[in-house]
Design a protein around this ligand. Sequence first.
Ligand code: 3PG
Length: 307
Amino acid sequence: MAKVLIATDKPFNSEGVKKIRNVLEGANYDVLLCEKYTQKTQLIEAIKGIDAIIIRSDLIDKEIINAADKLKIVVRAGAGYDNVDLESASQRKIVVMNTPGQNANAVAELALGMMVSVARNNFNGSSGTELRGRKLGIHAYGNVGRYVAEIAKGFGMEVYAYDPFVPKDLMEKDGITYIDNAHDLYSTCQYISLHVPLVEKTRKSINYTLLSKMPKNAVLVNTARKEVINEDDMLRIYKESDDFRYISDIAPDCKDEIEKNFAGRFFFTPKKMGAQTTEANINAGVAAARQIINFLEKDDRTYQVNN
Ligand code: 3PG
């Protein structure tokens, strides 16, 4: 019987785990759990003898891959796979997949929720502002960006997007304004919502040049990865403009400095929360289980992200 390990230091909710189990055990797979582990060595032990692994943001590096003696497939139940060493996996002929779109609505709802919160001064009792009529720029128009656009239109926002990989007519069909370069997006929009994946090219790419173009009362919304921000540049922007705000799903490395010097101009979740909904856990987890079965039984490589 093939063994599937669910390895999540931030576990799926119990309903999600139950549904993943149902799919896999119903197809005669053995399901093992390694949840809330605190040491890498626990994962190194747990991965031995495992055929397939379902993870979230869990770090799968060379050492873990080399400890996996039977592993054939890693499925990252979620979108971003910057936590997996693709090269080491490829060297061992281990397939890596993600489950694109499955948790996208949850992340988009968090982005809009944080925007409402910051517009109302984090509900501190003072008078805030509204989102209706404000300009929102979506930086990267993928699965999350599309949901953000849809919800933002419901709020009456003017929605713009920049994504070098998405054609103009597709954005126009969605009723949003196509922008053909990042600089124009940042200079047009009071709110910018980031959805760029973390790759070498995007690391620290949200820099002074872009941020300094933003209009008054700028709000940068980050439900992507903290590493896409150039934090030194962002601190410079904080110092130069007294109204810039940063709201992020997970605190930046420069959290202490922002908290100390820029009270009321930030909001950070205590840990990555975008995909922390029952629905997202079930959708991404069950999709991962099905992808494992389809790969092991039919060599279906849809959603493979390594070569
Ligand atoms: C993703 O890349 O899918 C999101 O960042 C969610 O990550 P998580 O499953 O670790 O919460």
